[in-house]
Design a protein around this ligand. Structure first.
Ligand code: NAD
Length: 524
């Protein structure tokens, strides 16, 4: 393992010198975790195992015959008792010093680091992530905790002395936790997003009821175990599984819940947003979907642009909130760019993402597969498919949700394919006459999460930065035109229909969102 020391896999960096050791350790982890699959798991409320009437199955999207585990199909009653458990210990957790809370959370980050191969291997098998992407997710989770702890520490617990109106007045401004938060995470970054959101909640001094995606509950359970091992007291972080729809009304009606933090689709997020504040406003932090564009200007390095677009369009099968799903290319260089893009796309290795060198794994579930079929049909009928378009069912791909990476062109720019988030490996291309036209097209959608430009002209880049209505912008990124944000490096803020607060995960203002202000004035 010598060479692997200090080796860190992110979404955009992987030191080739460490890769052999990385793969060997990964092979072993896949073997180890596979032998543990097929068990039944409980909810965890106040540290106790709790069962529901029914269970649901968690299957491997690469091979639907492989059972990852059985999980509880929770209902309102279990959810409400988890809220009670979180409320019962809120004051104790709140009244620990922020240094104590950060010390426990930093321990959790350390454990994630120690168990990173096990966690990444589970993710490859449960979420269909390739090895580097899965390890990136795990490393990001640990970095999110550390970064959010440092926000609390640098702000010295968010306690500050304020001004005076009279000499004998002593005024303090403090940020204080709210109480119980519900944390709901999606399948696609099953550890990083669950960890990031819950770390924000817990570091700030709140307690949590956590519900992972029903496609990735085992990784969610691992987070519960890690927090417990790190020393998070029982009840501070409760683990509930089940279809999200089972809990919506409960979340709306239970006024003991103080806040909601959610990452997922805009459809679900907006429904939660509208229903959550019925009697009075409650904080609702949402990170949602998008339809992220890349622009390739006449002044672009086309090889770099093709690689950046290919990676962001097809990494994790387009199932990233930051995936590039539309590309606007200056008409003068369109043919040259497409030639390079098609060449790079044709080289993508498709298969079991738990195996080394496989880049593209399966879609997450049957619903996504059906959606692909529908949209590939629309593309075939109304546009021109340049590559892909088919479901893959041959040989080892027969039992998984595998599809071809697909590029379509020839559709009018007003077509709904330029507007709707599909969450599939399906990229639509359109020619443009100018950068101005491209940026105008970028901004026409309701979403505004990420966008990228390829240009060697600084003025073009500045124009793009100034005019594009998205929270995360990249220029000339070979490792990913629109994807690959990292804590403390790229604040990840959804604008418009992509987010609710104007402050992003991975950014410097994240933790403060989980607290409310209190001013304390004493006349001395
Ligand atoms: P989803 O909206 O289907 O589910 C997200 C979570 O919400 C899951 O845990 C699900 O069980 C739960 N849920 C579903 N319906 C619910 C309801 N009625 N009440 C309460 N909870 C409910 O999303 P997904 O398919 O898991 O993830 C993909 C989506 O997430 C995409 O739209 C993607 O863009 C978005 N996403 C956004 C970001 C970001 O940072 N902006 C990051 C990752 C993913």
């Amino acid at each position: 393992m010598g060479k692997e020391k200090g080796f860190k896999v992110t979404y955009t960096t992987a030191d080739p010198a460490g890769l052999e050791a990385f793969h060997q350790a990964y092979d072993k982890a896949i073997e180890d975790v596979s032998s543990l699959f097929g068990k039944s798991y409980s909810h965890y409320i106040a540290g106790e195992q709790v069962q529901s009437q029914e269970v649901f199955t968690d299957l491997n999207p690469t091979n639907q015959e492989l059972l990852i585990g059985k999980f509880q199909k929770g209902e309102a009653a279990e959810f409400n008792s988890a809220v009670e458990a979180a409320l019962a210990v809120f004051k104790t957790w709140r009244d620990q010093s922020f240094q104590q809370r950060c010390s426990i959370m930093r321990k959790a980050a350390e454990i994630i680091g120690q168990r990173k191969y096990e966690l990444a291997a589970i993710m490859s098998l449960e979420a269909g992530k390739n090895r580097l992407e899965a390890m990136g997710d795990v490393e990001e989770s640990a970095d999110l905790i550390r970064y959010y702890c440092s926000q609390m520490e640098e702000a010295e617990g968010f306690v500050r002395t304020m001004g005076k109106l009279s000499p004998n007045e002593k005024a303090m401004g403090v940020l204080r936790p709210y109480g119980v938060w519900v944390v709901i995470s999606p399948f696609n970054f099953p550890l990083a997003l669950a960890t990031g959101m819950s770390a924000g909640v817990l570091i700030a001094g709140n307690t949590a009821v956590f519900k992972p995606s029903s496609d990735t509950p085992l990784i969610g359970l691992k987070l519960y175990e890690i927090y417990k091992e790190a020393g998070i007291p029982d009840g501070v972080f409760n683990f509930i599984t089940g279809p999200g729809g089972n809990f919506e009304e409960t979340i709306f009606k239970n006024n003991k819940i103080s806040g909601l933090v959610f990452t997922g689709s805009s459809e679900v997020g907006m429904s939660l947003y509208k229903g959550f504040s019925q009697d009075y406003p409650r904080p609702c932090i949402l990170e949602m979907g998008s339809k992220n564009p890349a622009i390739v200007t006449q002044n672009a390095d086309l090889d770099m642009a093709a690689e950046g677009v290919m990676k962001s369009a097809f990494g994790l099968g387009g199932q990233k909130c930051s995936a590039c799903s539309r590309v606007y290319v200056h008409k003068k260089i369109e043919d040259f760019f497409l030639e390079k893009l098609l060449e790079k796309t044709s080289q993508i290795e498709i298969g079991d993402p738990a195996k080394r060198n496989v880049y593209l794994g399966p879609l997450i579930n049957q619903r996504a597969l059906e959606k692909f079929k529908t949209w590939a049909g629309i593309c075939r009928q109304e546009g021109k498919i340049l590559v892909g378009g088919k479901v893959l069912t041959e040989g080892s791909l027969a039992k998984g949700y595998f599809v071809e990476p697909t590029i379509v062109t020839g559709l009018p720019k007003g077509h709904k394919i330029f507007q709707e988030e599909l969450f599939l490996p399906l990229l639509v291309e359109a020619p443009v006459d100018s950068l101005e036209e491209a940026v105008e097209e970028c901004n026409k959608v309701d979403y505004g999460l990420t966008a990228g430009i390829f240009s060697s002209d600084q003025k073009e880049i500045e124009y793009f930065f100034k005019e594009t209505e998205s929270g995360v912008l990249y220029a000339n990124r070979r490792s990913g035109a629109t994807t690959g944000a990292w804590p403390g490096v790229q604040p990840f803020c959804g604008w418009k229909k992509s987010g609710s607060t104007g402050k992003g995960g991975c950014g410097p203002y994240y933790v403060a969102q989980f607290m409310r202000e209190q001013s304390r004035t004493v006349m001395e």
